[in-house]
Ligand binder design. Structure first.
Ligand SMILES: Cc1cc2nc3c(=O)[nH]c(=O)nc-3n(C[C@H](O)[C@H](O)[C@H](O)COP(=O)(O)OP(=O)(O)OC[C@H]3O[C@@H](n4cnc5c(N)ncnc54)[C@H](O)[C@@H]3O)c2cc1C
Length: 405
């Protein structure tokens, strides 16, 4: 969110400084994710059935879902707000904005590829939702039907049809849904390309620094204090991912946020390379062919941001892959370094994009949960429109960062 906001702001003629407490965002969630661009994700995390499914999964230590114990008061409040949002009315109310954000961002990725030129490749093969059980395929087929009704292209594939699409690896499933508008890329290559472009065009990067406070002149925020000095600004964009809740709290706004911790590994030389990125439906694992190997990602453990690796859940991810791709064995993944990321998750599954009421020259660009890679370009564009005082390309009322204040 930070780099995309910086990119679009720079395109609009703003002078940009990026402050990050890591070296070049090394610990950010945006580096090791599954690299999927997902118009298929028009249903928010807060949806009917999610609480029941989560409770069931909690009983299995290898399942893809976890919940930090003991929960803090903030975590309990977040859960209450999630519970209130997890219903069909909320899903109906949010599918249009989620669809529009995703489809807009997908188009914007094409423009970004053209504009930045080299550095990252956009793979436009769509996404496969691989289903082992007929009941899962039936459920996904209903979702595919809804997708087509609202303009997101999806096709249910029988096993022979799937084999014509997935030509890189054998699959042991009963069928799949192919979401044709989805795409994928190698996230770290995108981030490097953005960083290079920003640097070449005059952006300043302040690495390994965190705001230690903020300064005001005549009641208006106008500088960030860091240990290496002050950085003046006209406008501040908070894009600190799962850590954004704490950052805006120091600016007077309560904005509920939990981290959805997940893991990935990148197998440089897999036994076979699947051609199309896929979600293994029952296992909730993502598989993405990338420029540096095959990335395998999964798990959602809700709680405070953390880099703790839960080996049981990593094992759950590893076990699932040979069940869907029989040419793989668990040994192909054992020993690979495990990357940990913290998805910024608001209770209602909608991003926070907009100005904060307590300090109107502060814009939040955060809370994209499972879709942050996907929604980077549209978020950057919306931020730059706010910065420049233009009408935004999409309505922001449902994304208001003040909605829980
Ligand atoms: C396993 C996994 C798989 C995923 N797969 C996908 C996918 O396929 N598609 C998709 O769209 N999304 C995916 N996501 C979600 C996506 O990665 C996130 O939504 C996205 O990376 C969030 O981006 P962000 O810029 O908000 O946060 P981040 O990328 O975490 O960036 C936050 C930045 O703020 C900095 N920062 C934090 N605190 C401070 C501070 N106090 N001072 C200064 N700097 C600070 C951090 O160093 C970091 O650089 C996945 C996530 C996980 C965990």
């Amino acid at each position: 969110m930070g780099l995309c906001s910086a990119y679009y702001a720079q395109q609009d003629g703003h002078d940009v400084t990026v402050i990050d407490n890591q070296y070049e965002g090394a610990g950010s969630t945006s580096t090791g994710n599954a690299g999927m661009i997902v118009p298929s994700h028009f249903v928010p995390l807060a949806a009917p059935g999610m609480i029941q499914m989560g409770l069931k999964m909690l009983l299995n230590p290898k399942s893809p879902f976890g919940f930090h114990f003991p929960p803090s008061v903030d975590q309990l409040l977040w859960t209450w707000n999630f519970y209130k949002a997890a219903n069909s009315t909320h899903v109906e109310k949010t599918e249009t904005i989620l669809r529009d954000l995703n489809l807009f961002s997908r188009r914007e990725y094409e423009a970004l590829t053209e504009a930045i030129g080299v550095g990252f490749e956009l793979r436009k093969d769509g996404l496969l939702m691989l289903c082992k059980k007929q009941s899962t395929l039936d459920h996904e087929a209903k979702l595919a039907q809804r997708a087509n009704q609202i303009g997101v292209r999806a096709k249910v594939l029988s096993l022979p049809e799937l084999r014509e699409v997935e030509t890189g690896a054998q699959v042991d499933v009963c069928g799949a849904v192919r979401f044709l508008d989805d795409a994928s890329l190698t996230p770290q290559n995108l981030l490097s390309a953005l960083r290079d472009h920003l640097t070449r065009h005059g952006a300043t990067f302040v690495n390994l620094q965190s705001p230690t406070g903020f300064g005001k002149t005549k009641g208006k925020l106008d500088r960030v204090h860091t240990q290496v000095g002050d950085h003046p600004f006209d406008e501040l964009v908070v894009a600190t991912g799962a850590w954004s809740g704490g950052m805006v709290r120091s600016l007077g706004l309560k904005m509920p946020m939990l981290a959805g911790r997940g893991y990935s590994m990148t197998v440089e030389k897999p036994p076979v390379m699947p051609k199309v990125c896929a979600l293994l439906a029952e296992a909730r694992v993502a598989i993405t062919p990338m420029e540096n190997g095959l990335r395998i990602a999964g798990t959602m453990e809700l709680g405070p941001p953390s880099d703790y690796v839960n080996e049981n859940r990593v094992h759950g991810i590893i076990e699932s892959v040979p069940q869907f791709y029989p040419e793989f064995s668990e040994a192909d993944m054992h020993g690979e370094p495990i990357w940990v990321g913290n998805r910024p998750c608001p209770p209602d599954g909608l991003p926070y994009i907009g100005r904060i009421k307590t300090n109107p020259n502060v814009i939040v660009a955060s809370g994209h949960g499972m879709m942050g890679l996907s929604l980077g370009p549209i978020t950057g564009k919306l931020v730059s429109e706010l910065l420049s005082g233009r009408e935004t390309s999409l309505p922001l009322n449902q994304l208001d960062p003040n909605r829980y204040a």
